[in-house]
Design a protein around this ligand. Sequence first.
Ligand SMILES: NC(=O)c1ccc[n+]([C@@H]2O[C@H](COP(=O)([O-])OP(=O)(O)OC[C@H]3O[C@@H](n4cnc5c(N)ncnc54)[C@H](O)[C@@H]3O)[C@@H](O)[C@H]2O)c1
Length: 387
Amino acid sequence: MSKVSIINEFGNLKKVWHFIGLYGWQRTLFKVVGKLRVGKLSWIGRPVRIGEQNIGVIGCGQFAFASIGYFLLANRGRCIASCFDVDKQASNSYASALSVPSVADEACDLIDDPSTKIIYIASNHYSHTEYAVAALAKGKTVYVEKPVSVTLQQLASLSAERRRSSNRIYAGYNRPFSAAIRDLRSWCADLQSPLTLNCFISGHQLSKDHWYREPKEGTRICGNTGHWLDLAVHILSWNELPDRWQIVVVWSDQNNRDDDFTIVLTSERGDLISIILTARTEPFEGVNETINLQWGNTIAKIDDFRRLTVWKCKKNGSYKYEKKDLGHESAIMQPFSDTIRDFSEVEKSTLLMLEIADMVIQGIPSRQFSFADSWAKLGISGEHLEK
Ligand SMILES: NC(=O)c1ccc[n+]([C@@H]2O[C@H](COP(=O)([O-])OP(=O)(O)OC[C@H]3O[C@@H](n4cnc5c(N)ncnc54)[C@H](O)[C@@H]3O)[C@@H](O)[C@H]2O)c1
């Protein structure tokens, strides 16, 4: 073994050790096996009764394995009945490790199967809407990973199908489900004044040819930044989401506009949101986030979803979470829970995200944006959206 590979191995072991502290050993095991695709992990899920093995998974990559697969098995037992991936090796290794009895040859085989009741979609970004619309049209309950759409036409078709099929759809945006955001909400009762929110993100370094970057896939704005745009829309929706916004995007490298940038949003009410994403170095323990908020007389700081500190007049609160809680479990378990999210919030954050992705793709640093005007251009009225 060369010196370099020994150092790499040591770095990986150190990382695994850190992950056990952050996420617990079982989830860490799923993360490792998801990468290596060796061994069987179905022992973690109890056997289920006939009829309860009724979930189909489309896209069998790392997130489908280490997050969706882990939380489904841990909470519902061996409930995954079938899976599909364009890469046969990915679907075969997924089925073998998680004891999934059937590997579909085509996505439509899984979507058309009457015994499949719930479909989880964790494939490439461009394919999400098409799978979600097809599954909703077949009467399935759908969980679709973020971003739910990467074009306005996709968003319009998803929104139309969502309303037609009475909301059987859940999105993978997980930050709103985190313990820190839920605890923060209880401190933010009097919300008439403008919000100030800042998110500082140390993101993963992605290779130049990583699929997230492809314009067809929506760039890193749709791949990553959508999380904090969605979080901002969620927090603003605790009161009333202002309609008109000024958007400014500043990137540090004109030739690489979806890494190392700041997005600033100011509303007609005076809300001030800023999101800065840096990917100049690889964060050892995964994406690292610091979130600061001021709203009325509440000031709060979230430190990487491990700690929340709140100050409100003479009161203050301090929360420490045993494991890093990004809200993945509650987001993934939405189809089985009362803790669900109003999907129209996700549609609004997607509309805003697509506007910003377009600015970054075209190199346009500043624009006016209105939710109502953008919906109207798509032929959707605000009234319809809330249904
Ligand atoms: N919510 C979160 O925090 C979070 C974190 C990571 C990833 N994700 C999301 O999960 C999804 C998967 O990401 P990942 O990290 O697992 O990526 P990945 O590259 O590990 O997996 C993607 C898989 O999709 C498959 N695929 C590609 N095109 C397909 C198609 N048309 N039909 C079916 N399968 C197809 C690929 O072969 C691959 O196996 C993405 O939407 C990503 O944004 C969410």
